[in-house]
Design a protein around this ligand. Sequence first.
Ligand SMILES: [Zn+2]
Length: 255
Amino acid sequence: MQEEILKLIELQKIDLEILKIERDLQKIPQSLQKVQKEQEQMSKKLELLITNLDEKKSQKKFFEEELQEEYQRLKRTQARLMQIKGTREYQLLLKEMEEIKRTNKQKEDEILKLMEEIENLEKEKEKLEKKLEEINAVFKEEEQKFNEFCQKLLKQKEELMEKRTKLTQKISQNLLKKYEAVRQKKSGIGIAPVINSICEGCHMAIPPQLYNELQRDNRYYECPHCKRLIYYKKIYCPEEGEDGSLEAHTQSVKK
Ligand SMILES: [Zn+2]
């Protein structure tokens, strides 16, 4: 058994744990995503409602001003009516007044309708604001949970990094360089076990000659297919079955 291979196997385990932590840190949990979406939808709904409400309000104000002018006009017409002598002119003015009154009535009805709509919208607005407040509270809670989770992960990562540094000091520079180079290129795995001629890094068979040599374990070997460093699994991890922990790790990392 080669001491440095043992160290590399340990290093590989640490590196996979670090990789998993880094991925978990980037994954916003579904619970948070869901409430975030709800928050966006509710804000949008409320925004639309407020726009609608503002429009109704300004429309109402416009009608009210118009109506005020019409009331004044009615007053002036009424005053003129008092000074008129000719019957025909009198009739015309009466007709004009009727007309003003009729359109005023329409405007008054319009205003009443708007007032009712505004009242309903105000009620709806209050409801939405309350809902949004509730959603915001849940969001804050979920966000805090996620932040705490991230803090925990970061602490774990820090500990692993320390362990890693200590470990790498015990491995020769050349071997470490080789491991790092392959690990960067090959989804985080720089060293892989071989069992039954199969490299567990790439799941391909290595040549029989190499497999025989590998079992003698007297130098460093690499897989001719994936270029990862390889070792004979039965020597280094005799306790692990044929679907060892590296395989499980690889699966979770690849997702
Ligand atoms: Zn391979």
